[in-house]
Each structure stands twice: as C-alpha cells, then as structure tokens.
Design a protein around this ligand. Structure first.
Ligand SMILES: Cc1cc2nc3c(=O)[nH]c(=O)nc-3n(C[C@H](O)[C@H](O)[C@H](O)COP(=O)(O)OP(=O)(O)OC[C@H]3O[C@@H](n4cnc5c(N)ncnc54)[C@H](O)[C@@H]3O)c2cc1C
Length: 325
C-alpha cells in the first residue's frame, strides 16, 4: 500500500527519493503549484528572484556528496558572493571559505531533481486527515484523496500541528513536539534601486532591529540583474508586523535602506512575501526526525533538525531510513 507524504519541500523530496529508490510506493502532495517549498525563486521579467532560502551550505559528508552530484549535473552552482556583516561600527567584510550553493536555474531545482521518479500531486492542499487505527485517510477541499499505509508530514511544525491536533488531541509525544513554536516568521522584500548601495553582495545585519539580511540578486548566476536587492526582516519585526499589508512593509524596507546606507535611496519595491513559518527558533530542540510506527506516522523537516536546507534534507533521509529499517 502507498505511503503518503505531505510536503514537497527538500525534506519531503529527500524522504520520497530514498523510499522510492528502495521500492516503496510513495505519493507526495503539495499545495503549491511547484515543488520546493521555502526553496523558492520567483520568475520575473528581470530573471529569477530568490525570496526564501538564499543559498545553502554542506557540512555533512552525505550532503556534500549530494551537492557534488548536483553540481556535476548543473542542478546547483556556487555563489561566490562577497559577504559582510553590519554592526554598530558599520559594514565589515566577512571573508570565509564556506562554499555556498544555489539551485540552477532556480532554488527549486534540487527538489525537482529529487522528485524525478516520484509520483507528485501539486496544487493539492491536504486540509483534513483521519486515522482508522491502521491507515491514514486524506482529504482535500472536501474531497476524499485516498487511504494510505503510512503518513509522513514534511511540512512546517505549526502546519503539522493544525492537521494532527484534531486527530490525536491527547498524544503526549505530539503535544511536546508542538509546545514551543519551532519556526519564526520573516517578511521578504525585493527593491530595485537606482544607485549602488554597498560594495558587497550579501550582508548580515547583526544588530539591526528591522533587517537581518540583504542580497544583491545580480551577484548570483541566473538571478535578477544589478540593482535588485532582496531584504529579509528580522523574526521580531516580522512577528510584530505579521498582519501588516505588503505596501506598509515595502515602505519600511525603503526607509530601512536609507537609514542603513545613509544615502538618498531611490527605486521601487518589485515583490514582497510574508513567510509565516520561515526560519528556526534557536530555542527549539534538535531531534532529527520523528517516527511513530504505532501510529504509522512520521515527521521530517528543517524544524526538527536545527533549520536550514541541509538539515531539512538530512531529516527527510533520516526518516526514510528509519521507516526502511
Ligand atoms: C526567508 C527565508 C530565508 C531562508 N534562508 C536560508 C538560507 O539562506 N540557507 C538555508 O540553508 N536555509 C534557509 N532558509 C530555510 C530553508 O528554506 C528551509 O530550511 C528548507 O527549505 C525547509 O525545507 P522543508 O522541506 O523542511 O520545508 P518546506 O520547504 O517549508 O516544505 C514544506 C512544503 O509543504 C507544503 N505544505 C504545507 N502544508 C501543506 C498541506 N496541508 N498540504 C499540502 N502541502 C502542504 C508547502 O507548500 C511546502 O512546499 C530560509 C527560509 C526562509 C523562509
């Protein structure tokens, strides 16, 4: 019988790829029009624009091997951006020898590659699930989708909780997993500016109350041309302004650029995106992945494994290996 995976981000895709390689029947559901989740680039008239993950790194030997394979087949390339940190003393170059990867032509590419041999149903939001003691029954938009031998949730913690809590309200393991929010929000804004801002390609703002990151998209192969700066707001600011409208956030972004560069910045905001569940809450404990065989249930994702693309991939693989063991 088929295993259902909800979530075609890198965690769900990595899990699906291992299970499929080992002869398991798998179907992956995602509400998005494309696979990739938070590894997301928007196609614009100026080139791709990375609104979510900006790049990824590889520390684990297995993920290094995976990146090497993607590199050889042109699925990823290196981003040799000149990085800086901005502190109270101003911008300081922060040269390091970390290899940074980006998907080619867009951030989604590695996820799409992992799902190459997998049955994927896109544009399908699973909004209701049931457990009959042995099997999971999935529903989308009032329609019954199917009955599955196992359910894997490879979606952000808060979205997993919304699906599972009505079904297993008194499960202690799940209550503990869902107690503390694992993922914090992030507003992303892209501004096309008319003048050079900084002599860097990626900037970490270490002490700013509003911005946490800025990246010159034109410094990345295949992305929007010069002048496009993608900004991320801090988790605190994003939480406080979570329900604000995009135009208000765009104004904050423009003002923040003027303040941080001390220049008369002119230009226009081209895109913004509110990520409700973006990056890891540093206080949330690392657990790898969750496998509850008695409930025919598994969970994987960055939120269980310390955040970031690499850890999401590792979490998905770890869950698949635990299911196959
Ligand atoms: C703004 C931002 C910046 C980031 N920067 C970096 C970075 O520079 N480097 C780095 O390594 N990481 C970065 N990250 C984190 C990185 O993107 C994530 O760690 C990783 O992509 C998470 O993958 P995942 O598979 O766990 O989850 P996701 O990518 O969130 O995948 C979950 C999928 O589940 C789908 N889904 C959810 N609920 C349902 C449902 N009910 N039914 C159907 N489908 C559903 C979603 O559509 C989504 O596609 C960033 C993230 C954000 C948002």
């Amino acid at each position: 019988m088929t295993i259902a995976i909800i979530g075609a981000g890198i965690a769900g895709a990595a899990c699906a790829a291992v299970l499929t390689e080992q002869g398991q029947q798998v179907v992956v559901f995602d509400k998005g029009r494309r696979a990739g989740g938070r590894m997301s680039s928007k196609r614009t008239e100026h080139g791709y624009l990375d609104l979510g993950a900006q790049y990824f790194t590889a520390r684990d030997p297995a993920f290094k091997t995976q990146c090497q394979q993607w590199l050889s087949s042109g699925i990823v390339t290196h981003w040799y951006g000149r990085l800086a940190q901005v502190t109270a003393e101003g911008p300081q170059a922060s040269p390091d020898d970390t290899l940074r990867y980006i998907g080619m032509p867009s951030m989604q590419a590695p996820v799409t590659r992992l799902l190459g041999n997998v049955d994927v149903s896109l544009g399908c939001q699973i909004d209701h699930i049931q457990f009959d003691g042995q099997h999971w029954l999935l529903h989308s938009n009032g329609a019954f989708i199917g009955r599955f031998s196992k359910l894997i949730l490879a979606i952000p913690q808060q979205q997993a909780a919304a699906l599972l809590n009505p079904v297993l309200p008194s499960n202690q393991t799940l209550s503990k997993l869902f107690e503390l929010p694992a993922l914090l929000p992030c507003w992303a804004v892209n501004i096309q500016v008319d003048q050079p801002l900084w002599p860097f390609d990626g900037i970490f703002f270490k002490q700013d109350s509003q911005l946490s990151w800025a990246a010159r998209q034109g410094s990345k192969p295949g992305r929007c041309n010069a002048g496009h700066w993608l900004l991320h707001f801090t988790a605190e600011f994003s939480q406080q302004h979570l329900e604000a409208d995009g135009d208000t956030i765009a104004q904050h972004a423009m003002q923040a650029l003027k303040r941080l560069t001390d220049k008369t910045v002119t230009g226009q905001v081209s895109h913004y995106h509110r990520w409700r569940f973006a990056q890891q809450n540093p206080d949330y404990p690392i657990q790898g992945a969750v496998h509850l065989p008695e409930l025919a249930l598994g969970m994987a994702g960055d939120w269980l494994n310390g955040g970031r693309v690499e850890n999401a991939w590792l979490s998905g693989r770890q869950l698949a290996q635990s299911i196959l063991a």
